[in-house]
Structure formats: structure tokens, C-alpha cells
Design a protein around this ligand. Structure first.
Ligand SMILES: Nc1ncnc2c1ncn2[C@@H]1O[C@H](COP(=O)(O)OP(=O)(O)OP(=O)(O)O)[C@@H](O)[C@H]1O
Length: 342
């Protein structure tokens, strides 16, 4: 069987119970199973040479064969088209009703602000699990005006929400590009290699310290890991809602990260203590005592303030880069002062 000879509507070839679809294809071609954790390239490289010689495949034809097989045999991923996400008020920590409710739409970026312990993470967690009055806040989250079904709440593929937090690290022993290719393949994109490279470029552009596709995931720093997860969530993940829990100290270019999500039309909620990030959103939710106490629109004057903060931050980061690279700061400082006068 090859990509060309595979019948478009052939039944699944006696797939064993629990067998991965790719492995059924490989078995039908007398190749060993690949399992869930290897990219196709790494699988091919790990095959004994005599098997590679004996089979009629090359890495490219095998990839094409697998793509054709999946297209013919797998159910398309059913993605929910998100038109609105509604947060219906519950109660605060003292049991008083939460009077604010709001509706978010694709492309909305909303900051979540409030003192430590006020309930910012609780709000994000309510959205993450699409709460239905069954969390401490009693909030309800509606999808397209309706209560979500069980699939959206409790199955990995049905979930609408991707979450990025401070403490994310990889435990997989794969190279960065292999991991991204694996994810792109699982999304059944027409050109998974090109998609993986796009994510890699975006991640490297955001991370403070450079890395390559050959860097093992386990060797990425905290900032590099988060840059990779942000680029992956923006460019590869089908999830239309992204929750970001305090990325201020994450060592990533935060403005660039937000732009990626906005360009993709995602709904973004970010919990933050950082004024620049908070002002990047169109609105901010002020959390007090476990409830949304106010919804504040970003004013034109605050947008001016954000531009000024952006300039200031650019200068601080130029000084930080020089510091990291062991360069004297005086020259950088003089250049910055000259640029200001100009
Ligand atoms: N409406 C609520 N009803 C009951 N408990 C709540 C409510 N909102 C938050 N809490 C609880 O209050 C505690 C602090 O909330 P949370 O961790 O969300 O605060 P935070 O604003 O994210 O804090 P930090 O800025 O320190 O991360 C948690 O135990 C949370 O479950």
C-alpha cells in the first residue's frame, strides 16, 4: 500500500483495540509501531537499516502515505466555532452576589487585575473548566449563549481553552522541531514541516535567549519554554480561548506574544500586575474579594501611557541585553539618550 494506491474510502484495516491509527498504517506496511511520542523523522532515523532498505518508503513518501491514510480514515476534528464566551456572575468570598457579567468575542484581549489573593486565578480557572455553578465562585460560563456540553468540559479534544502559566516545563525527551512537527502532524495540517518552522521562528523571536530546532526540550530555559508554548498555542493550537497567568517575569517579549494571539483572533484573558500588559487589552476586570468588582475600558489617555511605557520598556530591555552579554552599559545608555534627543 502506498499514498497513491490507498483507496480513499477503505475501511480501517483490522485495527487492533486501542491501536493508534498511524500504527495500523505502519503495521499494514510491515513496519514496527511508532507509538505516540516520536516524530516521524525520529521514527525513521531510529528504524534498523535493513528495514529501511527492505521497505519501499523514503521519509517523504512515508509522510505522504500517512497523511493520505489519516485523511481517508480519521474523523475530522470537530472544532466549535466560538462566537461568544459569557461570564455570568456568581458570588464573592463573603457570599455576596457578583453583579458584573460580561460577554467576550474573538479578538478580545482582557486583563484581569487585583491585589494578591483577590481571586484572579480563580476567575481564569472558572473559564478553563467552563464552570457551571460548581466551583467556589458559583460562576457560570456560557459558550455561544449556551451551557457547554460534557465533551467541551471534560474531553481533551473538545476543550476550548489553552492555558499558559509561569511554571511550565517540558518532560518529553524530544528536540524542539521534532516536538513541533509531531504537534503539527497531529493537527493534520497540509504542510506540517512548514507550520512547525513558523512556530519555531515565532518562539525564537520572542525568547530573550536564542535556541534552535535541534535544542532538546528538556534543555530549554523557563523563558524559552514559555516562548515556545505561547507560539505553539497561538499558531498551532485550535483552542480559541487563551488564558495567561502572570507572564511578566517570564523572559519573553510580551507585546509580541500578545500580538500573535490578537492576529489569530483568539479571546485572551491575562492575569497581570504589569501596567503595560494590563493596558494592552481593551478592557480590564478589577477583581476584589473573589468577584469582578468593575470592568474598566482602556481610555485614549491610558493608551498614550501604554505607548510611553513601551518606549521605556524597550530601553530597559536594551540595557538588560547589554548586561547579559557582558557589554559596558555606558555606550548603550549614551545611544539611548541620543535617540531620545533626536
Ligand atoms: N468567589 C470566590 N469564592 C470563594 N473563594 C474564592 C473566590 N474567589 C477566589 N477564591 C479563593 O481565594 C483564594 C485566592 O484566590 P486566587 O488564588 O485566585 O487569587 P489571585 O488573585 O490569583 O492571587 P495571586 O495574585 O497571589 O496569584 C483561592 O483559594 C481561591 O479559591
Amino acid at each position: 500500500m502506498s499514498a497513491d494506491t490507498l483507496p480513499a474510502n477503505a475501511p480501517f484495516p483490522d485495527m487492533a483495540l486501542g491501536e493508534l491509527p498511524d500504527d495500523a498504517f505502519l503495521r499494514a506496511n510491515a513496519l514496527p509501531p511508532r507509538g505516540a511520542s516520536l516524530s516521524l523523522r525520529a521514527y525513521w532515523d531510529a528504524l534498523p537499516w535493513d528495514i529501511r532498505e527492505a521497505c519501499a518508503w523514503t521519509p517523504d513518501t512515508l509522510a505522504a502515505g500517512l497523511r493520505a491514510f489519516r485523511a481517508a480514515h480519521q474523523r475530522p476534528i470537530e472544532e466549535t466555532r466560538l462566537e461568544s464566551l459569557e461570564i455570568q456572575g456568581g458570588r464573592d468570598k463573603t457570599g455576596q452576589p457578583e453583579t458584573q457579567s460580561l460577554v467576550l468575542r474573538p479578538g478580545d484581549v482582557v486583563a484581569v487585575v487585583g491585589p494578591t489573593g483577590s481571586g484572579k486565578s480563580r476567575l481564569l480557572a472558572d473559564i478553563e473548566c467552563l464552570a457551571q455553578g460548581d466551583t467556589p465562585s458559583g460562576r457560570r460560563i456560557l459558550v455561544n449563549g449556551q451551557a457547554p456540553d460534557r465533551r467541551m468540559r471534560f474531553t481533551a479534544e473538545g476543550r476550548l481553552v489553552a492555558q499558559i502559566t509561569q511554571n511550565m516545563n517540558f518532560v518529553m525527551d524530544l528536540k524542539v522541531l521534532d516536538f513541533l512537527s509531531l504537534h503539527a502532524e497531529s493537527r493534520r495540517l497540509p504542510d506540517p514541516e512548514a507550520a512547525a518552522t513558523r512556530v519555531l521562528d515565532a518562539a525564537v523571536g520572542m525568547a530573550g535567549e536564542p535556541f534552535t530546532g535541534a535544542t532538546p526540550l528538556t534543555q530549554l530555559s523557563g523563558g524559552q519554554s514559555r516562548a515556545l508554548m505561547i507560539a505553539d498555542a497561538a499558531l498551532l493550537s485550535p483552542k480559541p480561548v487563551v488564558l495567561i497567568d502572570e507572564i511578566e517575569n517570564a523572559g519573553v517579549d510580551r507585546a509580541q506574544a500578545l500580538r500573535l494571539f490578537i492576529d489569530k483572533g483568539k479571546i485572551v484573558l491575562l492575569s497581570t500586575h504589569d501596567p503595560l500588559l494590563a493596558l494592552s487589552g481593551g478592557r480590564r476586570l478589577v477583581i476584589r474579594q473573589g468577584a469582578i468588582a468593575a470592568v474598566v475600558e482602556t481610555t485614549p489617555e491610558e493608551q498614550d501611557c501604554a505607548r510611553w511605557l513601551g518606549l521605556y520598556e524597550g530601553r530597559v530591555s536594551a540595557l538588560r541585553d547589554a548586561l547579559r552579554q557582558g557589554r559596558p552599559l555606558a555606550g548603550v545608555w549614551r545611544d539611548l539618550a541620543k535617540a531620545e534627543v533626536a
